[in-house]
Design a binder for this molecule. Structure first.
Ligand SMILES: *Cc1c(COP(=O)(O)O)cnc(C)c1O
Length: 361
């Protein structure tokens, strides 16, 4: 039985190993372990890659969301509109900034924030709207930008996704370089990108104890700097990211052919370069049973995410219950993430498709 892994980080490492090792040697020789030229170089290169004016490297994606919110002036008394179908960190960052998450349902076709629901949720206390480009697909930010409050994009799953040649749509975007993301570090890392020198400057202060000049502290900040060794890894991988995203698109197109006509399987919609296929999420009935059988056949899968934010115990204080966001809830019962990574082979994808056909056909 050939096992198909869900992701293959070793295969990605093999492609960048030489660059990573020589980069680590540079840092070790200079003993510049915090900030330094590698972090500055990565920030320049990533800002250029996104087409943004500024990038500020941070310790992780959750901090990136929180510091972006704080830079936008979001704090106690403010509300932040975000989708119920997301990784919990999107809501967590809002609570940590002292504000209140206002959850809204998602679009039934793409499972991303529903712009009409977002519009209905905006009020006088709204400090930000946070679309999440979940699964690697850009949410429809056009209508959100018209609503008034600043848009902070959760771009943790969408590195490299572009629409009309652009990769930044809101006032600021936060991203995560958690190892499994399209651009993944070898530990925790994150960043914000923005065209605003003021927002970038505030995040820069916040990440380093509120200080621009050593031992002079303008504001109460955090220690949330991007680790220098992670910057080395990210620089090596960034050179390959566009190519890796192309390979994900090729793999997605191949899944579309291989999975065609399997009874009960709903495939995700294509979206050209506005989709970088962080995850390949299908919908199936009796999801848990099918995932279990795929596992027995050696196919590893994931669920992103099994419990929407409003049904998580930690967010009980928001006062929601079952039925409040029906689209997110029905999706949570049916979604299944298939193996997806740039190095996935046609043979591995055939194994996945054959297994699904055997179970459902
Ligand atoms: C990974 C992720 C985050 C959080 O990033 P960390 O680096 O793990 O803190 C936030 N939002 C989404 C949608 C994510 O996928």
């Amino acid at each position: 039985m050939t096992e198909v892994p869900f992701v293959d980080l070793a295969a990605a490492h093999a492609e960048v190993e030489r660059h990573v090792r020589t980069g680590f040697d540079r840092v070790l020789a200079a003993t510049a372990f915090v900030n330094g030229p590698e972090v500055a170089a990565f920030e320049r290169e990533y800002a250029h890659f996104v087409g943004a004016g500024h990038c500020v490297g941070l310790a992780n994606g959750t901090d990136a969301l929180e510091l972006a919110l704080r830079a936008l002036g979001v704090g106690p008394g403010k509300e932040v509109v975000l989708p119920a179908n997301t990784f919990v960190a999107t809501a967590e960052a809002v609570v940590r900034a002292g504000a209140r998450p206002v959850l809204v349902d998602v679009d039934p076709d793409v499972l991303l924030i529903d712009p009409a629901a977002a519009a209905a949720a905006v009020g006088p206390s709204t400090g930000a709207i946070v679309p999440v480009h979940l699964y690697g697909r850009l949410a429809d930010t056009g209508p959100l930008l018209e609503l008034g409050p600043p848009v902070l994009e959760d771009a943790a799953q969408s590195q490299g996704a572009v629409q009309d040649g652009r990769g930044l749509f809101g006032a600021i975007a936060a991203t995560s370089f958690y190892p499994g993301k399209n651009l993944g570090a070898y530990g925790d890392a994150g960043a914000v990108v923005t065209d605003s020198a003021e927002l970038a400057g505030t995040v820069r202060l916040l990440r380093d104890h509120g200080s621009e000049r050593k031992y002079h502290h303008e504001i109460v900040g955090f220690n949330s700097r991007l680790d220098t060794l992670q910057a080395v890894v990210l620089r090596a991988k960034l050179r390959r990211l566009a190519g890796w995203n192309d390979r994900r698109r090729t793999a997605a197109a191949r899944y579309r052919e291989l999975l065609d006509g399997i009874p009960g399987v709903v495939l995700p919609q294509e979206a050209g370069t506005a989709h970088v296929w962080h995850l390949y999420v299908i919908r199936v009935p009796r999801r848990d049973e099918i995932a279990g059988k795929l596992g027995e056949l050696g196919v590893r899968t994931g669920i992103h995410y099994p419990v929407p934010v409003h049904l998580q115990p930690a967010y009980r204080h928001l006062g929601h219950g079952p039925g409040d966001f029906p689209v997110a809830e029905s999706a949570a019962a049916e979604i299944l993430s298939l193996p997806m990574f740039p190095q996935i082979t046609e043979e591995q994808q055939r194994t996945v498709a054959d297994a699904l056909r055997k179970i459902l056909g």
